[in-house]
Every structure is written in structure tokens, then in C-alpha cells.
Write a protein that binds this ligand. Structure first.
Ligand code: TRP
Length: 75
């Protein structure tokens, strides 16, 4: 059976300013936005990679924690 290991992956995003936006992008042939989520300063979202979501885009200043390490987005 095909491995579905990616399904257990998730990231943690902490907004460092108001209006940080997370975009979920579809898995498969077409890569399109399917979800937009706004976070205000201090808000945290825990976002999984799923059957429907293969990529996550973040706009604005945020701290992102992944199994690959920690990164700050924005300026
Ligand atoms: N319905 C989406 C899904 O199951 C919800 C989702 C999961 C999502 N991870 C995300 C939305 C990351 C935005 C960003 O795939």
C-alpha cells in the first residue's frame, strides 16, 4: 500500500502581527487555494498536511515551527 506518512505531518504557526493569513493549497494535479485563515497577533494555528492539503502558504509576520526547524516569515 502507498505510504501515507505525510498525513501525520503538521506545522505550528504563531502570528506576530494582526492579519497573518494561512492559505491551504490542494494536493494533486492542480495546485489551488482551497482555504484561507486569518490569524491575529498571538493566535496560534496547528495545521496538518492532509489528503486535500499538500502545501501551506503564509503571508505576514509569523513564527513557524516544523519538524525541519523553526522559521520566521515576513520582514
Ligand atoms: N479541509 C482541509 C483539509 O482537510 C483543512 C486543512 C487542513 C487546512 N490543513 C490545512 C486548511 C492547512 C488550510 C491550511 O485538508
Amino acid at each position: 500500500m502507498e505510504s501515507k506518512d505525510f498525513l501525520s505531518d503538521y506545522i505550528v504557526v504563531k502570528a506576530l502581527e494582526n492579519g497573518v493569513t494561512l492559505f491551504g493549497l490542494t494536493r494533486g494535479q492542480d495546485t489551488k487555494f482551497h482555504h484561507t485563515e486569518k490569524l491575529d497577533k498571538g493566535e496560534v494555528m496547528i495545521a496538518q498536511f492532509t489528503e486535500h492539503t499538500s502545501a501551506i502558504k503564509i503571508r505576514g509576520r509569523a513564527k513557524v515551527f516544523t519538524k525541519h526547524g523553526q522559521i520566521e516569515t515576513g520582514e
